[in-house]
Design a binder for this molecule. Structure first.
Ligand code: AMP
Length: 601
């Protein structure tokens, strides 16, 4: 028997979702559907996007509502217009074989009269972004007195976007005895407060560990100098010819600059940020969704709610200011059971941020080497060969030209033709990567570099005698004396006392010198260490004070754009020739890889 039928979903809906390829429930569906079908409980579901949340609440809703009535019975609030449209579309698909189901999507930036007209015609399910919903409520254009269910989807995102007050106002318009179902990827205290204020003894379900990223995502970082960032980024992109990625920047300006630089360099990229009009944003998203764009460069806010499946890579060109945002970013890949890679480009000072993120996602990062020029060339060559193999030939269109082509190539052997054909594309990469430098740095190199740049200034920074000066956020107030600090560092990092130089114990922190060769080991040893419930932080001395970030920004401008030919690059990166190795795969087994737990408040 179909497992969805066993869960209690009616035939009509099961038929519709079978057509969508839903063969068996995802973990969140398996756990949530039986609870939500009873209609008795408030509910909190902690789950990432892409886990099948929409059906987890959508299918039970379809079972509970009375479609012979034409007034609103369910209200779904979500953070973005994108998500709003997606949910409404999904619900309509699930309800394809049920009569008289009316769903309306209510969101800002679109004509309100159309939405009001649809509401007047009669709807049972309203999917809305908070701002527009409140606008409609304030016009007295909707009656929520029969609402039985309110779903708060991506609650953390809604609160991040400042919708707290709107949500309060909207909820106050709905009956007291409605049931509230809340879904969130993370559980900051603001979300928990909603749960406490608006719910009675909710059933809580976690898919994956709390705050944890999707298990199908590989997390990688590349350690590079700030000035090499753009060059390294391009090299990584070139190393993955079939990349279909989202690149995150910290600011609108950075987003715009990176996108412009990439376009100049012949990449198929565009930017998505808050300075664009809704229409411009829609246009960019449409191109991306249709795979006419290979790289979408976005800010955190603009990328919220992007629900494109098949994203192969998320690239953190800059790490987010709030480490919690890393989970949201990386969650844009590996949706619907697929796998994905989340890449971070960092400098040595950001190592501690990586360690912090590791704690949040509960998974280690893998340190990767920026590919050498020759490796990129090899990857590209084989990609060209693959494309040559798989290209679709339009017999009808090409046939008339073949005699002329054949005669002009007749003096060349098959081997020669292959060689020349592949070289057409390949030469560009060879030219570009000829003499390309190694962009990798080890912790030691960058410190050497810094010393070089700054002469042998001593004091706060790395010393010049083979030792590096590190900062640790523990000091005399934590009841350490110098000897105890030495012992603590040696024991925790498993390094010998001989490798530690001067220790400068302060009140709430300490500077200490470590032999260059042992620095990585110290970072490694302190990777996830707590002291009296506080996370211990190690940084290269200099971080966190006045000179922090002084050299950041703008690094990509001086990248290694050393004359790459742009001619023809549009075709090279055009939509038509992209083999999406990661796409089209069926829905993989959701189960097994993630840990699940279930508990009540
Ligand atoms: P969601 O988290 O609701 O955005 O769902 C992510 C993607 O997974 C969407 O493309 C859904 O159509 C798909 N999906 C959800 N549940 C299942 C399932 N049980 N089987 C196959 N695909 C699913």
């Amino acid at each position: 028997m179909n497992p969805f039928l066993e869960l209690g979903i009616r035939h009509e809906v099961v038929n519709a979702i079978s057509e969508l390829g839903f063969e068996k429930p995802s973990p969140i569906q398996e756990k949530a559907i039986p609870v939500l079908l009873t209609g008795n409980d408030d509910f909190v579901g902690l789950a990432q996007t892409g886990t099948g949340k929409t059906a987890a609440f959508g299918l039970p809703l379809l079972e509970q509502l009375d479609f012979t009535q034409k007034h609103p019975q369910a209200l779904i609030l979500c953070p973005t217009r994108e998500l709003c449209l997606q949910i409404a579309k999904d619900l309509e698909k699930f309800a394809k074989y049920i009569d008289d189901v009316h769903v309306v999507a209510v969101y800002g930036g679109a004509n309100i009269s159309d939405q009001l007209r649809q509401i007047r015609r009669g709807v049972q399910i309203v999917v809305a972004t908070p701002g527009r919903m409140l606008d409609i409520i304030n016009r007295n254009a909707i009656d929520f007195s029969s609402v039985k269910y309110v779903v708060l989807d991506e609650a953390d995102e809604m609160l991040n976007m400042g919708f707290q007050e709107d949500i309060n106002n909207i909820l106050s318009e709905t009956p007291d005895d409605k049931k509230t179902w809340l879904f969130s990827a993370t559980m900051p205290k603001e979300v928990r407060r909603i749960a406490q204020n608006y719910m009675t003894n909710p059933f809580e379900l976690t898919v994956g560990t709390k705050n944890t990223g999707n298990a199908n995502i590989e997390h990688q970082y590349y350690l590079i100098r700030a000035k090499d960032k753009y060059a390294a980024f391009k090299r990584i992109v070139d190393f993955y010819p079939d990349i279909f990625g989202i690149v995150f920047c910290r600011t609108k300006i950075e987003t715009q600059e990176i996108a412009e630089a990439l376009i100049r360099d012949g990449y198929n990229a565009d930017s998505l940020h808050g300075d664009l009009s809704q229409q411009q944003r829609d246009k960019v998203m449409k191109r991306y969704r249709e795979r006419n764009l290979q790289l979408l460069i976005a800010t955190d806010v603009a990328a919220r709610g992007i629900d494109v499946n098949d994203v192969t890579h998320v690239i953190n060109f800059s790490l987010p200011d709030e480490v919690e945002n890393y989970t949201h970013r990386s969650g844009r890949t590996a949706r619907a059971g697929k796998t994905g890679i989340s890449i971070s480009l960092i400098n040595i000072k950001e190592m501690s941020k990586i360690r912090h993120i590791e704690k949040i996602i509960g998974k280690p990062f893998e340190k990767k080497q920026v590919p050498q020029g020759t490796e990129v060339c090899e990857k590209q060559l084989f990609s060209i060969v693959d494309k040559l193999h798989n290209v679709e030939v339009n017999e009808e269109q090409i046939t008339p030209f073949l005699p002329a082509i054949n005669s002009s190539l007749e003096d060349l052997s098959k081997e020669e033709i292959i060689k020349r054909f592949a070289s057409l594309e390949f030469n560009r990469f060879l030219d570009y990567y000829k003499n390309a430098p190694d962009l990798n740095i080890e912790a030691r190199d960058i410190r050497g570099g810094e010393r070089g740049e700054r002469g042998d200034r001593r004091g706060d920074r790395a010393s010049s005698n083979g030792y590096t000066r590190l900062f640790i956020n523990l000091g005399s107030v934590d009841e350490f004396n110098r000897g105890e600090m030495l012992g603590y560092i040696c024991n925790t990092a498993k390094v010998s006392g001989k490798s530690i130089g001067k220790i400068d114990l302060k009140g709430v922190f300490t500077f200490f010198e470590v032999q260059d060769a042992e620095v990585e080991k110290v970072f490694e040893g302190f990777k996830s260490i707590d002291f009296n419930g506080r996370q211990v932080r190690i940084e290269v001395s200099g971080e966190g004070r006045s000179d922090r970030g002084g050299r950041s920004g703008g690094g990509f401008r001086g990248g290694d754009r050393n004359g790459r030919s742009r001619s023809g690059s549009g075709e090279r990166r055009g939509a038509g020739d992209r083999g999406r190795s990661n796409s089209g795969g069926g829905f993989r087994d959701f189960s097994g890889k993630r840990r699940e737990s279930k508990n009540r408040y």
